[in-house]
Design a protein around this ligand. Structure first.
Ligand code: ATP
Ligand code: MG
Ligand code: MG
Ligand code: MG
Length: 565
């Protein structure tokens, strides 16, 4: 490829809307252009990398024994009615009607379609197990599309669905996928963590997420360095909810130890906590009449509590009150370090505001975890006890190691679905005794376009993208310094041809531009190796520079192939 005939519109500046490095670089390096909120066009460089990632995914899926198909993006509502998800799915689903007023959607996911395919075409145990996959465009009308292709409304997903005879078979299929996912993300040079995940709305018994460690990740993860335990905080929260259910009785007064203290100020709360449960209760939440949320934390476990409470409330930011503010507002006694103002929704708590809060119920459940139930018309939430203890207790993380946390970008997600869809859609097979049984299913997703952005998020410097060699849009850039100098252009042409003949994907920067501009562009788009043909051309020597190294080296032209191969 020659830059003069290529389409790679690079930019020096991008709009402030691009908050993350990967979003900025994908725009600047000319990988994507926005078409509408959360909807993008892939330009040649972006498209090329996308195809490379897709190929890695495809190869590894095939190695895991999966078979590729391509389903339609547009889906008939009737299947979704059958599974019950037409009404459940909510606003994230793009819905449309045909000219006969029939309902369709643009698929956000494909469980129904694949299950339907199987029920119509497979009926004997002899045809199972089978795992089908596709690499296809998905549509989700995200409430907040952002970070470019990390959270977009149209995106490419690899989704796979396994169909087994029984749970034991599903375990094997799941294991195979788990291993395949690791191979994929390893080949993408990603630093990632596999975490236990919530089975949430899709249902099912077991689930793991593949999380790329990154500051801009929207998921919060907890790890134990000591025993290797790791989980998505969301999982902890959903388990907490069931824990909270357990304590419903306590809150509603069915158990003995329920009492409603006269809490009107933060100071009252502090005093109450100090006398009753200092060691156990670590977080208190308030809501006021406007539905604003206030939180205060007792010392210790602060980080974990904060993360979990943020998630619980669906808030992104929590701003800690300074020691000074705390003192001023609470007149706090040692050992009490709230309140915390929650950015945007919340302001620093003042006593006068707290007076207007209502409906506090404080109770204790059987395990003597204390619970505060904040309940008004705008907000209804249960928060209780030492959240870290709850994480530890509820998630088997029970070693003595400390939990640490980080943010992650969810690039992959695998699920054991069981028979949820095969029951509702009637996908049955006949076993070897002629008995009808539901297929046992798993589903497995990878955000292919999100993975692309995540790779950039982890591989960049001040000059641009640092592609791993196997993903770079071109492996080598051949750059004549002065395109008016015939010796240089001729040698550049020769080198370019030799590379091509040797199946090395090279781009010849034959633009009549200052060499500085060419270097900047090639670094921005992240080409791993530059071959610069300058004043040494007459002696058959060129400069070779790797994108991730500072020094360049002068080499004989005859040595080039040795270096690049
Ligand atoms: P998230 O929690 O980020 O909303 P999800 O859990 O809803 O993702 P899944 O239903 O598990 O997503 O879909 C499988 C994969 O598809 C995800 O792991 C992610 O990599 C990718 N994905 C999901 N939503 C988007 C999106 N809006 N834009 C890009 N990729 C996405
Ligand atoms: Mg989602
Ligand atoms: Mg998720
Ligand atoms: Mg998911």
């Amino acid at each position: 490829m020659r830059t003069s005939k290529y389409f790679m519109p690079t930019l020096r500046e991008v709009s402030s809307e691009a908050e993350t490095i990967s979003h900025q670089l994908m725009l600047r390096a000319g990988l994507i252009r926005k078409q509408a909120a959360g909807i993008y066009t892939y330009l040649p460089l972006g498209f090329k990398v996308l195809k490379k990632i897709e190929n890695i995914v495809r190869q590894e899926m095939e190695k895991s024994g999966c078979v590729e198909i391509l389903a339609s993006a547009m889906q008939n509502s009737e299947l979704w009615q059958e599974s019950g998800r037409w009404s459940e799915y909510g606003a994230e689903m793009f819905r449309l009607k045909d000219r006969h007023n029939r309902d369709f959607c643009l698929g956000p996911t494909h469980e129904e379609i694949f299950t339907d395919l199987m029920r119509n075409n497979v009926n004997s145990y002899r045809q199972l197990p089978l795992t089908l996959f596709q690499i296809q465009t998905k549509y989700r009308d995200e409430r907040r599309p952002r970070f470019g292709v990390i959270r977009s409304r149209e995106f490419i997903m690899k989704d796979a669905y396994s169909f087994d005879l029984d749970e034991a078979g599903l375990d094997l299929s799941y294991e195979e996928m788990y291993k395949g996912y690791k191979r994929i993300f390893d080949r993408c040079s990603l630093k990632y963590q596999v975490v236990e995940a919530d089975t949430g709305a899709i249902g099912g018994s077991s689930s793991h997420e593949f999380m790329v460690i990154s500051e801009v990740g929207e998921d919060d993860l907890v790890f134990c360095e000591k025993c290797g335990y790791s989980a998505n905080v969301e999982t902890a929260i959903s388990k907490e909810r069931s824990f909270a259910d357990l304590t419903e009785d306590a809150i509603s007064g069915k158990k003995e130890k329920v009492y409603t203290p006269d809490v009107t100020t933060i100071r009252d709360v502090a005093d109450f906590l100090k006398t009753s449960s200092e060691k156990i209760l670590k977080a208190v939440l308030y809501t006021d009449e406007k539905g604003r949320v206030y939180m205060c934390l007792l010392p210790g476990d602060r980080e974990v509590n904060e993360i979990k409470l943020k998630k619980l409330l669906g808030l992104k930011e929590i701003e800690l009150a300074t020691e000074e503010q705390i003192k001023e507002i609470t007149g706090s006694k040692p050992g009490f370090s709230g309140p915390i103002g929650l950015k945007k929704e919340i302001f620093i708590v003042a006593d006068s505001e707290i007076k207007s809060m209502k409906n506090f119920v404080v109770g204790a459940n059987e395990e003597n975890h204390h619970i505060i139930n904040c309940n008004n018309s705008d907000f209804n939430i249960n928060v209780y006890g030492d959240l870290k203890t709850v994480i530890n207790a509820d998630m088997c993380h029970n070693c003595s190691g400390n939990l640490s946390s980080s943010k992650g970008i969810e690039v992959g997600h695998i699920f054991k679905l069981g028979t949820k869809y095969s029951e509702s859609l009637n996908a049955k097979y006949l076993d070897n005794n002629g008995k009808e049984k539901p297929m046992v299913m798993g589903c497995y997703g990878i955000g292919v376009t999100r993975t692309l952005a995540a790779i950039i998020e982890q591989n960049n410097d001040e000059n641009g993208i640092l592609w791993p060699l196997n993903l770079a849009p071109f492996e080598v850039a051949v750059i004549p310094v002065n395109t008016k100098n015939e010796t240089q252009t001729k040698l550049a042409e020769e080198i370019y041809q030799t590379l091509k003949e040797n199946r090395i994907d090279a781009i010849l920067d034959d633009r009549n531009e200052r060499v500085g501009v060419k270097f900047k562009d090639m670094d921005l788009i992240g080409i791993p190796l530059k071959i610069v043909i300058g004043k040494n051309a007459a002696e058959n020597k060129v400069e070779v520079k790797f994108r991730d190294k500072d020094e360049a080296q002068i080499v004989e032209v005859s040595e080039i192939l040795k270096i690049v191969q």
